[in-house]
Unconditional design. Structure first.
Length: 261
């Protein structure tokens, strides 16, 4: 199906510590690509470089054939790349619906404020508001967030908040979504539901997924390909069954020759 994003020799240091060292990989359009590694391996740093939060010291980020290495975050979002964060970045004293509506901001021609304060029915702002709310309702149904629609985020269980953040990223209508530890804080049932949701994001919505995740069972069940990092360096890349028994991966995680399970 072609390559949607290509990372070439990505390198970045913080205070003399090299967080990423010549990391390269490419992701096929329509796939679920996972990045694994111990804490501090550089996984989230890759996401921060892709989304323009950190400018890399060297290397290239090529998205759909265009170099976006030094794009600002809003420029990256406009290109169709959305993300979630390891630590939830929601407006806790706003409702689920309002948080998801904010995810539509790049598609709002009248602006967030004007769209929310239109004066009369039939106005351009009113019509746009209705269209955006319809899109958000689709996402609420897709993620089964109906019960949380009008609740303030601060009152929601942690696992549900993670889904709201996922919904806000989907509201951007991305072609590529970066999920940073989406199952953190979830129980087993919530993780199982999340796994199906991620597969549906790929299969039903046609969105390519890059996943950073610590839950190895989820990773092995869901991924098309996996990149393993350690100390900012690529140590392996391949199919789940290859990564599961790769000696460098086992050493990085366990310090001994055991299966990653």
């Amino acid at each position: 199906m072609g390559i949607i994003i290509k990372i070439e020799n990505l390198t970045i240091s913080f205070g003399g510590i090299r967080a990423l060292n010549n990391v390269s990989f490419e992701v096929e359009k329509g796939s679920i690509y996972s990045i694994i590694g111990p804490n501090g391996a550089g996984k989230t740093t890759i996401f921060n470089c892709i989304t323009g939060i950190y400018p890399p010291d060297s290397g290239k980020i090529i998205y759909k054939g265009e170099e976006i290495t030094h794009f600002k975050p809003y420029q990256v979002a406009k290109k169709g790349i959305a993300r979630t964060f390891q630590n939830i970045e929601l407006f806790s004293h706003m409702t689920t619906m309002d948080n998801l509506m904010l995810g539509r901001h790049l598609h709002m021609k009248t602006g967030v404020w004007r769209g929310a304060t239109f004066i009369y029915k039939g106005s351009k702002a009113a019509r746009e508001e209705i269209a955006h709310r319809a899109k958000v309702e689709e996402i609420i149904d897709f993620l089964e967030l109906q019960a949380a629609r009008n609740q303030f985020v601060v009152n929601l269980p942690y696992g549900t908040r993670k889904l709201v953040e996922l919904g806000r990223a989907l509201a951007l209508e991305p072609e590529l979504i970066l999920l940073d530890e989406p199952s953190a804080g979830m129980n087993m049932e919530e993780k199982a539901d999340l796994m199906f949701s991620i597969q549906d994001i790929r299969d039903d919505l046609g969105i390519t997924v890059i996943l950073v995740e610590h839950d190895m069972n989820l990773i092995m069940d869901i991924s098309d390909r996996i990149l393993a990092l350690n100390y900012g360096e690529r140590i392996a890349e391949g199919l789940p069954e290859e990564i599961q028994k790769h000696p460098e991966v086992l050493k990085a995680y366990l310090g001994e020759e055991e299966k990653v399970a």
